[in-house]
Design a protein around this ligand. Structure first.
Ligand SMILES: Cc1cc2nc3c(=O)[nH]c(=O)nc-3n(C[C@H](O)[C@H](O)[C@H](O)COP(=O)(O)OP(=O)(O)OC[C@H]3O[C@@H](n4cnc5c(N)ncnc54)[C@H](O)[C@@H]3O)c2cc1C
Length: 370
């Protein structure tokens, strides 16, 4: 039996663990956080690979995993509908995916409070060392440790995320906090408002506990905003004066920064979006970054998910890319005898996928004035 050590217990790490077990591998997942990861307040547009994995985890109908919206709609500054097209789309949330994936992986092999520290490669094995002294020897070390991957920084120290020149302001509002008139605007729609060099969008997502019943859902909005690198510094400095890496989580924004953006909202957004922002108790912000690795396989260590490529959110594909990385990996491993040959094939296809999505996201950013 082959053994994998997966570093990072978020969506890519869990997807990899679940799928490797299905082809008979023994898998341990090591997550730095001491507590089970919590909902990041993020809505996620459902993509094919994500849905496929949810089905493997036992999800049945669409209602188990998301909110189905029928139309894609654009508003003008007064709130009038500029266009409305039938484009059914299932919307889900980070928290819902995490809870499905987590319950589909054995709890005894999911190790919280384990922070990767270093590794040693042998000819056909790799040994990972964790802070506190624990080590594990495996046939494969999977780096699913995200955008600021410590494994990537050991293997490719020259590869650093680059700021794309704009940020995403975000927020989530329970539908029960909004008036019937505002809800009517967003109900059954993926709604957009485009303005000069910016746009905001909104869609319904499941509740924090994954409930998709009417009355229990939440509205998730994302507002892209150009910002120079100099302006980024104060924005990413939180209420307690700490300069965050690239995102300021809900409840920790500096009040001055929050109120500045809220004033802009009052000036430029259509009425329903204004109401949505007013009802948002804890908006948050993340800088949009680009990152692409030229190599994913380093003997018995591989880079996956956000550790390998950071894809712009306009593609709505970062989560599904990590899951696709895992599907392709198990497809290659199941189909060949030689591990290094499988990894070579996998690398070729996943470099291609990453580069393709990266350019697509940058193109979408440019075409929307970002
Ligand atoms: C604020 C925010 C909003 C997002 N919104 C969307 C969205 O709307 N749509 C979408 O598709 N995607 C979104 N994403 C991206 C999406 O969450 C990721 O693409 C997806 O979770 C897959 O990422 P990942 O598992 O590769 O990495 P991550 O989710 O970043 O997970 C990496 C994990 O590795 C752990 N880790 C890090 N270092 C170590 C270490 N040394 N040892 C052990 N563990 C370690 C971290 O604690 C973390 O749990 C968002 C991400 C963020 C942060």
């Amino acid at each position: 039996m082959k053994r994998a050590a997966v570093v990072g217990g978020s969506l890519t790490g869990l997807a990899t663990g679940i799928l490797l077990r299905k082809i008979g591998w023994e898998v341990d997942i090591f997550e730095r956080s001491a507590q089970s990861l919590s909902d990041r307040g993020a809505g996620i547009v459902m993509q094919q690979e994500t849905l496929e994995l949810l089905r493997l985890c036992g999800a049945k109908g669409d209602g188990d995993v998301g909110v189905m919206l029928t139309y894609r709609k654009s508003l003008d500054a007064n709130g009038s509908v500029v266009s409305s097209d039938r484009m059914p789309q299932l919307m889900t949330s980070w928290g819902l995916l995490y809870s499905w994936f987590k319950q589909s992986f054995p709890a005894e092999d999911y190790h919280l409070g384990h922070e990767f520290d270093s590794m040693r490669q042998g000819g056909s094995s790799v040994t990972a060392h964790f802070k506190g002294g624990m080590e594990i020897k495996a046939d494969l070390l999977v780096a699913a440790d995200g955008f600021r991957s410590s494994i990537r920084s050991l293997l490719l120290p020259e590869i650093q995320p680059e700021y794309a020149g704009y940020v995403a302001w975000r927020g989530v509002v329970p539908e029960s906090d909004l008036s019937a008139d505002v809800l009517k605007v967003f109900e059954d729609n993926f709604t957009f408002f485009r303005m000069a060099e910016s746009h905001i969008l909104c869609y319904l997502i499941p509740s924090e506990t994954g409930n998709t019943d009417v009355g229990q859902r939440r509205l998730n909005w994302v507002w892209y905003w150009n910002l120079s690198e100099a302006e980024l510094d104060p924005l990413l400095t939180d209420a307690s004066g700490v300069r965050r890496g690239y995102a300021v989580p809900p409840g920790t924004l500096h009040p001055e920064q929050e109120s500045k953006q809220r004033k802009i909202a009052e000036r430029v957004l259509p009425p329903a979006f204004k109401e949505l922002l007013r009802a948002t108790k804890e908006p948050f912000v993340q800088a949009i970054m680009d990152l692409a690795c030229p190599q994913l396989v380093f003997n018995r260590a591989i880079l996956m998910g956000d550790a390998s490529f950071v894809i712009r959110p306009h593609t709505a594909a970062s989560t599904s890319k990590g899951i696709a990385n895992a599907f392709t990996l198990v497809g290659e491993l199941a189909g060949r005898q030689e591990l290094s040959e499988s990894l070579d094939h996998w690398q070729r296809s996943e470099l291609n996928r990453g580069q393709r999505l990266m350019s697509y996201g940058q193109g979408l950013g440019r075409s929307q004035g970002r």
